[in-house]
Design a protein around this ligand. Structure first.
Ligand code: PLP
Length: 381
């Protein structure tokens, strides 16, 4: 199998020390008490990364499990849940709410723009009777970054619990769970953290745990039940056998991130120079404001579709970039400039490939994108 360079917005490429960590000899994680400490320390490190003192749980399943577990654990029949919907993942939260018997109330925002705080304020003046709200930090299919730092404190003022999907933002964008009032923050291994796919993790506030414990009806799931994890450490009992190699790999990936003191500046600088190169060439970014520094979403020029470009780039450059899905299917291409992907060399290679593909399809570009990128990159990552 010839592995292409994966410049996709998750999964991202995995550093060698993470791959090697996954290969070490493993113990029985249910019976070996030392593993309980290792798991707990790993959760605490994830908490450090998320800037929270709340307890963290790592679950055995990729990112979607975290979204469903939060909704399953918090939702009871008839609960009203505010779903902030300005993208595919934003809207999708409503389906999990419904699945567990809740009533999603959608606050809709422009698909190309960040959630507008003033509009949200006036919405909440009329109606704020919600048990919790769901917010997507970066809605990856469109690349829109939402101002979680303003949204969550506003919701908490109204007594609404906050659930934030930061799967594709954390690590590349600032995320301060405690000072931003986030009750449940969820992430996954395969985006900026740059570990292989397979794990999701959540930080859970005491208030969120209380809401789960004070339910009138039991949580309608075992695998998605966050309460079954509550006292694992005291009881030395895991609800199911943890995937030990995945967790050892994640631990190394978190260590990599915690050591990387300039990680946010790196993402910002790479993403800015990349967006600048795209627009200098005469291409359009999909997003109008609220650009995430983790993914770059570019409109496909008239006359061609995303698949032609991604196929050409894979065949000629052994490089994978992504199209998108849902309402953006065929219309945009996405570069995942996140985590291990966010380096100067990889972005230059990607822009050269994209330039060739567009030229092959007779699209006139106004600039050499790789050259523009290099000129605008302030810090040499
Ligand atoms: C990637 C991602 C997820 C997890 O979905 P996958 O099935 O792992 O791709 C959840 N939310 C967001 C915003 C994501 O980008």
């Amino acid at each position: 199998m010839s592995i292409p360079m994966i410049m996709t917005p998750g999964p991202t490429s995995v550093r060698e020390n993470v791959r090697l960590a996954r290969a070490i000899e493993t113990t029985n994680p249910d019976l070996d008490l030392e593993f309980y400490d290792f798991y707990k320390e790993t959760c605490d490190k994830v908490g450090e990364f998320l800037k929270t003192k709340n307890s963290v749980r790592i679950l055995s399943g990729e990112g979607i499990l975290g979204l469903e577990a939060a909704c399953a654990s918090l939702t009871e029949a008839g609960d009203r849940v505010l779903v902030l919907d300005n993208g595919v993942f934003g809207k999708g939260f409503g389906d999990f709410v419904k699945m567990y018997g809740g009533e999603p109330i959608y606050f809709k925002g422009d698909r190309r723009e960040a959630i507008n705080i003033d509009e949200l304020k006036s919405f909440l003046k009329k109606d704020s009777n919600f048990k919790y709200a769901t917010i997507v930090h970066c809605d990856t299919p469109s690349g829109v970054l939402n101002p979680v730092q303003d949204i969550c404190p506003l919701l908490k003022e109204k007594g609404i619990l906050t659930v934030v999907d930061s799967v594709s933002a954390m690590g590349g964008e600032e995320l301060k769970v405690d000072s931003w009032n986030i009750d449940v923050a969820l992430g996954a291994s395969q985006k900026c953290l740059s570990a292989p796919t397979g794990l999701s993790f959540l930080s859970i506030s005491d208030e969120a745990f209380s809401a789960m414990e004070n339910r009138k009806t039991p949580i309608g799931s075992f695998y998605c039940n966050l309460l079954v994890w509550k006292d694992y450490y005291e009881k030395k009992w895991f609800p199911y056998t943890p995937p030990i190699s995945d967790i050892v790999g994640l631990r190394k990936a978190v260590d990599n991130i915690l050591e990387d003191k300039r990680i946010l500046q790196r993402h910002e600088s790479i993403a800015n120079a990349l967006r600048n190169a795209i627009t200098k060439a005469g291409l359009n970014l999909y997003t109008r404001n609220g650009y995430s520094n983790t993914v770059t979403v570019i409109e496909v020029p008239e006359g061609i579709n995303s698949k032609q470009l991604t196929d050409y780039i894979l065949k000629e450059f052994n490089l994978m970039i992504a199209g998108s899905f849902d309402f953006l299917e065929g219309k945009v291409i996405r570069i995942g400039n996140m985590g291990e992907n966010a380096t100067k060399e990889k972005v230059i290679y990607t822009l050269n490939a994209l330039q060739s593909a567009l030229e092959y399809y007779k699209i006139n570009l106004k600039a050499n994108m790789a050259k523009e990128f290099i000129q605008n990159l302030k810090i040499n990552y």
